[in-house]
Design a protein around this ligand. Structure first.
Ligand SMILES: [Zn+2]
Ligand SMILES: [Zn+2]
Length: 817
């Protein structure tokens, strides 16, 4: 018999052609079916350059889930698209010296080719890029609905400005004072910007986290980002300037202990307050130094405190005391109102500041040996009406008392800020607004959408939007009064596109609306979402906001976009994160070319639990490749011995090696099924199939043809979600049928039990004999069997058996006297 050669290239091309020709993974929106639906979705890629190993892992995970769901009786929607607008694509274009339109198209073509070469089971009929006019038309349409609803608005705001990327960054894109993309220090600027009013949804975004099946750490990241805290807003006033400064505090019970007042350096009133005082120059210098520093760890408790006095005082509304005003960088503009009352006796950071600058420290709560004391206790040194009360009670009493004459009120504070969506960049969805001298901001009417992104040759960022240079495009007429007017030149943050793309897949061909709500309801929400942890805050928060807002507008009927979420770990090399700058990025391509896509896919899932980071190793790839080769050769060898036939799983009368092989196959079915159901333990699932293949080889000469065929076909069937080409090929060689049309195999419980076990026989706890017995034998059967053993009889004859202890499948112990 000639040795069969495993030729992944030929096998993979063969099956990819079948799937392409027959549109195997296409699902229609109209098909009547009783099957439950399953919407399996991997986060869509940014087409900036070539796919890397992280992509391979993401789609290998998603495809395994999609195949498993199909074969366990679900109708699966598994679409793909490209997050083609935005900074990643534009920056890639700048690096490669091409127009983003061209570099994005090339990158998309590479993704398409590789997705096909990897054999990912996408429904290609729904594919789109968010940069296509037929898609962004609806992004603009949705923006206008948010505008009508008051959920999109414009205001002047201090923005985070990246001088290198020449664009505004969302707060979330600023990491330790630096641009998330290029690492340059971020500057502050004032600009008119478009915002989404996501803060209106803060409570629902927080509360509904209880309704999703997401990893705990992602839920807590979302929670912290929303940052809801309960407390009071209390107004302090600066009498010299006649200005009022509300502060948010979670500790109104300590108001009588406030001995100074601190503002954030970014607070718009800081320079005005200091003007004309002896501190004016020092304040100006301090603010400048803070705004240009990199901002790392600002606000951290252990950091050395800095600050300067403003030369003004504010009145504490609870006791009329005038307390000094300071500016200090431990107060953040993003939190609360950008100003705080400082209570050094009961707050660690205030205490550190007061100690350094010699401020008064006044205890107002009893307890603790040392200050600062942040625990509970009775109120002291406050007002007779509160002194002696427990501080938690006093907290309510003080707020109610302040509320009586408008000096304060109960309040909830959120860390979440409104979503700044304006970008002064070229490669994004144009904001469909016209600025008219007469009418102000005028929305472009729906029937004039899309506002096409003009061709701009010099698209590079310059501080104002490159669209401003497209004069023919910018100069338009007002849709309302017809007079000359100018188009909005900002484009939308690319997170707007990814906040609704998963809805569009459900009805991707619709030209009348972004989707038909009835069609949408057949697929949405996403049942299993898969992607990187780096999107755990922004993308997921924004998509949740979109869905809630659109539900309120009546465009869809659900509250959460993603029922279940899986976040995969990174692929590292030699323990280091892969990055273009380190030059240690591994492309999947050479591995796919050398070993085949099945090997690359299987290996990336085999290296470790897919939610953990895993280190890529070339020798590990070889091992997986050998395993797939062994499986394929086993199948090809068996196929030579007989025509394909349905697999025979009957075990009547099977014994010896045949029975052992069948048992191993059922054990593998049970193991892989358990690993697929929820836990995503693909690494141990693949290991179980490897064990089964080893067992086939070990019993190849002693077991019968039928049981070998069954075990091998089962291995092919179980490996199919991870190595779809080899799985389909071996299964077809043996059975003549297509594995994806077959239901997922079920383990026979009878075969899962090792029928015979060894039972220890004890007399008064001492081992006297062992006997074989069925693992399912009950207590009475075991006792009867044990009593029949000569050695047991020898020990109990003539004695009084006071008790028999039976542990099924383990032991029988006679207690005798
Ligand atoms: Zn930057
Ligand atoms: Zn007008």
């Amino acid at each position: 018999m000639p040795e069969h050669r495993y030729d992944p290239r030929a096998i993979e091309r063969k099956w990819q052609a079948v799937w392409e020709r027959e549109q195997t993974w296409h699902v229609s929106n109209d098909e009547a079916t009783d099957l439950p639906k399953s919407y399996v979705l991997e986060m869509l890629p940014y087409p900036s350059g070539e796919p890397h190993m992280g992509h391979l892992k993401n789609y290998a995970v998603g495809d395994a889930v999609a195949h498993f769901h199909r074969r366990t009786g679900r109708r699966v929607l598994h679409p793909i698209g490209y997050d083609a607008f935005g900074l990643p694509a534009e920056n890639h274009a700048i690096r490669s010296g091409e127009h983003p339109r061209d570099s994005t198209a090339q990158s998309i073509a590479q993704f398409q080719r590789q997705f096909r070469e990897w054999g990912v089971s996408f429904d290609w009929s729904r594919e789109f890029a968010t940069s296509e006019p037929r898609v962004y038309r609806w992004t603009q349409w949705l923006f206008l609905r948010f505008l009508e609803r008051g959920l999109a608005y414009r205001k002047e705001a201090a923005v985070n400005w990246c001088p290198v990327d020449a664009t505004v960054l969302a707060n979330e894109q600023v990491i330790d004072g630096r641009c998330e993309r290029c690492g340059s220090p971020v500057e502050a600027r004032q600009l008119e910007q478009w915002f989404f009013r996501i803060t209106d949804y803060a409570d629902r975004l927080l509360d509904d986290l209880a309704t999703v099946d997401w990893p705990d750490h992602v839920v807590s990241m979302q929670r912290n980002w929303i940052g809801r805290s309960e407390g009071a807003e209390v107004t302090f006033s600066c009498e010299e300037l006649g200005t009022e400064y509300p502060v948010f505090t979670t500790r109104p019970d300590t108001l009588f202990g406030a001995t100074f007042f601190v503002m954030a350096p970014e607070h718009p009133d800081v320079l005005r307050l200091a003007a004309g005082t002896e501190h004016e120059q020092a304040v100006r210098e301090y603010v400048n130094s803070v705004l240009t520093e990199d901002g790392a760890e600002r606000g951290a408790t252990e950091r050395e405190k800095t600050g300067v006095p403003l030369g003004r005082t504010v009145v504490n509304p609870v006791n009329g005391e005038r307390i000094p005003m300071w500016v200090a960088d431990y107060v953040l503009m993003e939190y609360g109102t950008g100003a705080i009352m400082a209570v050094p006796a009961h707050d660690e950071r205030d205490f550190a500041f007061a100690t350094k600058f010699g401020m008064e420290i006044r205890r107002v709560i009893e307890g603790g040996e040392h200050l600062p004391y942040t625990g509970d206790g009775p109120i002291v040194n406050s007002d007779p009406r509160f002194d002696g009360m427990q501080n938690r009670e006093a907290l309510d009493a003080i707020v109610s008392w302040l509320d009586g004459d408008g000096r304060g009120h109960r309040s909830t504070n959120y860390r979440l800020r409104d979503w700044l969506l304006s970008r002064q960049r070229y490669w994004g969805c144009p904001i469909p607004i016209v600025h008219c001298g007469e009418c102000g901001l005028v929305p472009v009417p729906d029937d004039q959408l899309p506002v096409l992104l003009p061709d701009v040759l010099d698209y590079k960022p310059k501080g104002r939007s490159p669209l401003a240079t497209a004069e023919e495009w910018v100069n338009t007429s007002c849709p309302r009064c017809g007079k000359p007017a100018l188009r909005e030149t900002d484009t939308m943050d690319t997170f707007v596109d990814s906040s609704w793309y998963f809805l569009r897949y459900c009805d991707a061909g619709n030209d009348e609306a972004p989707w038909d709500p009835e069609v949408l309801a057949r697929w949405a929400p996403v049942d299993q979402y898969i992607g990187g942890i780096e999107h755990a805050i922004l993308h997921l928060m924004y998509a949740r906001f979109f869905v809630k807002a659109l539900a309120d507008m009546g465009h869809l009927n659900m509250q959460e976009p993603f029922n279940a979420l899986f976040t995969q770990g990174m692929i590292t090399r030699d323990g280091a994160k892969m990055s273009k700058s380190k030059g240690n990025v591994i492309s999947p391509t050479p591995y796919v070319e050398r070993y085949g896509a099945d090997t690359a896919r299987c290996y990336i899932l085999f290296i470790g639990p897919p939610d953990q980071d895993a280190d890529w190793s070339d020798s590990g790839v070889e091992g997986v490749h050998r395993f797939l080769g062994r499986l394929w050769r086993l199948g090809a060898g068996l196929a030579e011995h007989g025509a394909p036939a349905p697999i025979d799983a009957t075990v009547n009368g099977a014994a010896g090696d045949d029975l052992e092989l069948l048992r191993k196959a059922h054990w593998a079915i049970d193991k892989v099924t358990g690993d697929m159901n929820g836990r995503f333990a693909f690494n141990t699932a693949i290991a179980a199939v490897m064990e089964l293949v080893n067992e086939c080889y070990a019993r190849r000469d002693s077991a019968g043809e039928a049981s070998l065929r069954f075990a091998t076909a089962t291995a092919a069937s179980l490996i199919f979600p991870f190595a779809p080409h080899a799985g389909a090929d071996v299964f077809e060689l043996l059975t003549g049928t297509r594995v994806w049309d077959e239901p997922w195999p079920e383990a026979d419980p009878a075969l899962l039990e090792r029928d015979e076990v060894e039972i220890a026989l004890q007399i008064n706890g001492k081992l006297r004999d062992r006997m074989p017995a069925s693992s399912s034998a009950d207590r009475a059967q075991l006792e009867t069997l044990a009593r029949a053993r000569p050695r047991v009889q020898a020990h109990i004859d003539g004695k009084d058996v006071v008790k028999v202890i039976v542990v099924p499948a383990k032991l029988v112990n006679f207690v005798v006297r």
